[in-house]
Design a protein around this ligand. Structure first.
Ligand code: CAA
Length: 261
């Protein structure tokens, strides 16, 4: 973890099966500067390649998951700079991870912070978490998925309200909307999220990745095509040793021992 300036990376859970990325730029409430986002990408590359890791948790501090893109870093950018560097392209790494990624959100998840959480597969929140897309108040708009992933997650009227008012949404409301899956007490959030990640990590990694791919296809295609894709992926599971092991373990009334083959 010593190679990073803005994040801490550890392996936790049984046999180090959970990769934990903690955003650690406290003086700026984890504002997502270019260096921080690049480090998250590097950490994800390493955790993705580590076969002992079955799931990944991204968290911040109790005060802030992340207060958005770094306003000071981008304030003076010109259009031609943002366009030629394809500004925020490096954020996409989070959404291409094949292992399950869980966000554990305490405190502020605003702007790019909310967008980063939405790139994860499941969002858990602490009781005092606050979500929002305040970009409109800065004279811009959410530029890393806030108008797209939020709309798909909670529908048009709620998404429009959040994007156009810039208001903060408390965790309890975010849970009702379906943005957040569960709420935990602030001091237990990370432990509880790691426990769930540990459970997910004990599945077949092949089945996890295939299931994740199938759910994500639901956002990209028609129902008929999605069901077709799902069925073929289901059929594909029967080519794995993990399918044989999982079903044999059920029949033999024992715990499955998946080998990701
Ligand atoms: N960028 C850069 N610095 C930030 C920051 C951000 N997004 N958010 C907070 N900081 C810095 C503050 O400037 C401050 O630094 P100094 O001590 O040097 O002044 C420090 O973090 C602490 O912040 P505050 O003093 O403001 O803390 P607070 O508790 O009073 O308020 C807050 C907390 C409501 C989250 C407030 O900091 C805030 O409104 N932050 C900005 C939120 C925002 O607008 N986010 C959207 C960014 S745009 C974006 O994300 C675009 C995109 O889609 C990619």
């Amino acid at each position: 973890s010593g190679i990073y300036e803005y994040i801490n990376v550890t392996k936790t859970g049984s046999n180090g099966s959970v990769g934990l990325i903690q955003l650690n730029r406290p003086k700026a409430l984890n504002a997502l500067c270019n260096g921080l986002v690049n480090e998250v990408g590097q950490a994800l590359d390493i955790l993705e390649a580590d076969s002992s890791v079955g799931a990944i948790v991204i968290t911040g501090s109790e005060k802030a998951f992340a207060a958005g893109a770094d306003i000071k870093e981008m304030a003076n950018k010109t259009y031609s700079e943002t366009y030629s560097e394809n500004f925020t392209q490096n954020w996409a790494r989070v959404s291409t991870v094949r292992k399950p990624v869980l966000a554990a959100v305490n405190g502020f998840a605003l702007g790019g912070g909310c967008e980063l959480a939405m790139m994860c597969d499941i969002i858990y929140a602490g009781e005092t978490a606050k979500f929002g897309q305040p970009e409109i108040l800065l004279g811009v708009l959410p530029g890393v998925g806030g108008t797209q992933r939020l709309t798909r997650a909670i529908g048009k009227s709620k998404a429009m309200e959040i994007v156009l008012t810039g208001n903060q949404v408390p965790a309890q409301e975010a849970e009702k909307m379906g943005l957040v899956s569960k709420i935990f007490p602030v001091d237990q959030l990370v432990n509880e999220t790691v426990k769930i990640a540990e459970k997910i990590a004990s599945n077949s990694q092949l089945a996890n990745a295939a299931a994740k791919e199938c759910v994500n296809v639901a956002f990209e295609t028609t129902l008929t095509e999605g069901l077709h894709f799902e069925k073929r992926m289901f059929h594909g599971c029967f080519a794995t040793k993990d399918q044989k092991e999982g079903m044999a373990a059920f029949i033999e009334k024992r715990k499955a021992n998946f080998t990701n083959e």
